[in-house]
Design a protein around this ligand. Sequence first.
Ligand SMILES: [Zn+2]
Length: 81
Amino acid sequence: MANEADNLDRAADLTRARAEAQIAAVRLQAAPEQVQNPDGTWPVTECVVCDADLGKRAELGKIRCVRCQERRERGGAQWPR
Ligand SMILES: [Zn+2]
């Protein structure tokens, strides 16, 4: 039954690879999009799409307001940025 064991190994490998890809995708989504300046300020404090004030979102390393971020995640890529 060596063949069946090989198949199980392969299935486990596929499952693992898929889980790792999903984790990487989530990590990328949560990752900061800008880096804080040494003086504590943020290089981007306004939404790069609509120029709205980012407020606390800048401190989370975000560069888009909630509205533009949601639009982007929905896949509405009307803007190249
Ligand atoms: Zn915006």
